[in-house]
Design a protein around this ligand. Structure first.
Ligand code: SF4
Length: 125
């Protein structure tokens, strides 16, 4: 697979995705993206709409309807993980950073505090 663009907080969403989302098409697409991720998949960090956003009904011409809120979530996620937009990183590495620096580090509630899906991700944490 070619390079996958990922906004920082989507490295978290992938860990908790359980088939819920903004539309059937979005869920199908996100499922496909996740199934294709493997340790060596090359990820390019972006601070705008990414591969997952590409099938989202909230995405209008590359701008998320909740861009202000989502950008803040991305900034917090990127800061904890120590990554920057434009950086290339393996899925193995960013996945480990998401787990170690945020999820297992008890920071999910802080990073994702304004996200409408947070109850899915934090229900067992
Ligand atoms: S809501 Fe916004 S950030 Fe989330 S997938 Fe849709 S376009 Fe992307």
């Amino acid at each position: 697979m070619s390079v996958i663009e990922l906004r920082p907080h989507h490295a978290l969403c992938v860990h908790f995705f359980e088939g819920k989302g903004y539309s059937e098409g979005f869920v199908r697409h996100m499922t496909d993206v996740i199934e294709k991720l493997c340790d060596d998949t090359e990820i390019e960090i972006t601070d705008s709409c990414d591969t997952i956003c590409s099938a989202c009904p909230e995405n209008t011409d590359g701008i998320c309807r909740s861009a202000d809120k989502v950008s803040e979530i991305d900034k917090r996620a990127a800061e904890y993980m120590g990554i920057k937009p434009g950086e290339h990183i393996s899925w193995r590495r960013i996945s480990a950073l998401a787990m170690d620096k945020i999820i297992d580090n008890g920071k999910l509630n802080d990073v994702c505090r304004d996200c409408k899906w947070i109850d899915i991700c934090c229900k067992e944490r």
